[in-house]
Design a protein around this ligand. Structure first.
Ligand code: ATP
Ligand code: MG
Length: 270
């Protein structure tokens, strides 16, 4: 359905390929319809950031991986978009850090849970928490169906990685004492602001980076990991992310005026 050919030299090729992964995931029941819209919001922020991993995103990713490695009981939460975009990397990060994967869906449907579970198993996962055949407990602060968590997963976790998360749930996780790490392209979202560590980057770039970092950092001592985490301030991290967007926009404002761009535009008009 969504396997269209994108020319090699298409300027928006990477973005279109990511989009088609999401569309394919939607066709397979993995991505909720609202997930398509959430992806569009992410795409817009990625455009504003320049579609690259910034210095501060890399620093936040290092702090995140060190925090997961230092945790007693870290857990990685997976939703439909995450599963459609980076299933193998999620499984690999889980394996390298010992943090189990837990499925958590805003728009729960049994067939969605099944599709995500199957995709994660195909990607090499051995254990998946949060499924309906497992015991569940609730986050008292939340009223939606996302209250449900696995008692052996998020229920007893000290550190939770919740990429592409909703603000209400992030806030609720903080209120019950979890240390929250997120990946979110919007540095102004409530999730980015509530989290302890926000990696402002596209998950398709952040996850491979985190896997690479986990591979390198696994052998570090606790003391070395603690020194990586020390001094990280998420408020400043988010301020820098917003400033990076502003800087990129300034550069774009100059680029739009360049004669080369104008020539191209004239050709199109002709
Ligand atoms: P919040 O509830 O935190 O205020 P929101 O309501 O604006 O955020 P949601 O739909 O709840 O947005 O969450 C989706 C978030 O995921 C958005 O902030 C969006 O920018 C982000 N997002 C979407 N796709 C990606 C992606 N591929 N990588 C990183 N972030 C993404
Ligand atoms: Mg939201």
């Amino acid at each position: 359905m969504s396997d269209i050919e994108i020319p090699e030299d298409h300027p928006r090729r990477v973005s279109l390929e990511i989009r088609h992964k999401i569309i394919r995931g939607h066709g397979l029941n993995i991505v909720a319809t609202a997930g398509l819209l959430a992806h569009g919001r992410g795409e817009a922020f990625d455009y504003l950031l320049g579609e690259r991993t910034t210095e501060i995103a890399r620093r936040a990713a290092e702090v995140a991986v060190a925090t997961i490695l230092l945790a007693e009981h870290p857990v990685i939460s997976v939703n439909g978009n995450v599963c459609a975009l980076v299933p193998e990397e999620m499984v690999e990060l889980s394996r390298l850090t010992g943090a189990p994967l837990e499925i958590n869906l805003f728009y729960y449907r049994p067939e969605r849970e099944r599709a995500i579970r199957e995709a994660l198993l195909r990607a090499g996962a051995s254990e998946i928490l949060g499924t309906s055949d497992r015991p569940s407990t609730t986050i008292p602060e939340l009223s939606s169906n996302r209250r449900k968590v696995d008692p052996e997963g998020i229920g007893s976790a000290d550190v939770v990685l919740v990429p592409l998360e909703d603000g209400d749930r992030t806030e609720a996780l903080r209120r019950i004492g979890k240390q929250v790490i997120t990946i979110d392209l919007n540095p102004m979202s409530r999730t980015a602001r509530y989290a302890n560590i926000s990696i402002v980057d596209n998950i398709v770039r952040a996850l491979p980076l985190m896997v690479e970092l986990a591979r390198d950092m696994r052998s570090l001592s606790r003391q070395e990991l603690e020194s990586i985490v020390a001094g990280f301030d998420n408020g400043r991290n988010l301020q820098t992310a917003v400033r990076t967007i502003l800087q990129h926009l300034k550069e774009q404002a100059e680029a739009v005026r360049s004669p080369l761009e104008l020539e191209v535009l004239e050709e199109v008009v002709d």
